[in-house]
Design a protein around this ligand. Sequence first.
Ligand code: CA
Length: 332
Amino acid sequence: MSNRPSRISTDLDFAREGKQEGFLRLPHSVHRSAYGYLPIPIVSIRSGKGLRVLLTAGNHGDEYEGQIALTKLVRALSPSDVSGQVIIMPMLNFPAAQAGMRTSPIDEGNLNRTFPGDADGRPTAMIAHYVESVLMPQVDVSLDLHSGGSSLLYIPGTLARHQADEKRLETVLAAVRAFGAPYSYLMSGGEDRGILSAADRAGILGLSAELGGAGMVTRETLAVTERGIVNVLRHLGVLSGKVEPHTTRIMRVERAPHYVYSPDPGLFEPLAELGDAVRKGQLAGRVHFPETPWREPAPVHFLGDGLVVCKRVPARVERGDCLYHLASDLAH
Ligand code: CA
């Protein structure tokens, strides 16, 4: 992370009590607007003592469950509901969210592969830098809401990083259980450019979620999302009331054996559905070649045992596109 201060400014005073609505102003000087800025919506609701929580969605702009849930939350919450502080950003990578795209149309930036960001970088890098260097140092918890976006569909679940430290792991699992999604995915190692890694670096509790996807929302995925946010805020004591109990099946995701990729460009015929228990070597599907229809389809096999928790949505595939990913029960 560059040591330079962020160039993003805001009218909000995060130390002030009460409800403030406004924007982060990201300087954006372009042909049609020489002295313009990108207005990233942000709301702070602060009252008295308590934990401070950063709630974000639209990190990937085509993931809508969290964007809707946080928009509803902004309108529903008053300072009198809150003990501590919530900072709410429904469109974290604003240009991507505005375009309904995973990545920003301005700089092609994938925000969740950009942390810790760069104060002097392109807009996506500037947002990552602001989150990690300005927002995270003043909160205790970061909850960032994702889904499968346009190309993937998930069984709704929370997502967290496995923690080597037992105490930190228990803190994460307590929040995961409070959220109460049907599934909870624990990831080991891997990606360090995401917001969960930023939370780890900041020494705060980081929680994410994969709440559905396929470029849509459903009543079910939205209900899981809204309930989960309120439950986590109650669990943290930021909202009053009891956590509504729901059981969650805690799963681990392993990088290599749990992911299935297309070996060729073509049309994918899936042979497994979300929720299926599959075995290593089982046929996952076939890639067909309508450009050469007499050619045999390419078989695709699962590389490990597990439960299908995520699948690709569009049938048209390129070599290297993720078709499925699996998860296994944590205890196993
Ligand atoms: Ca995502």
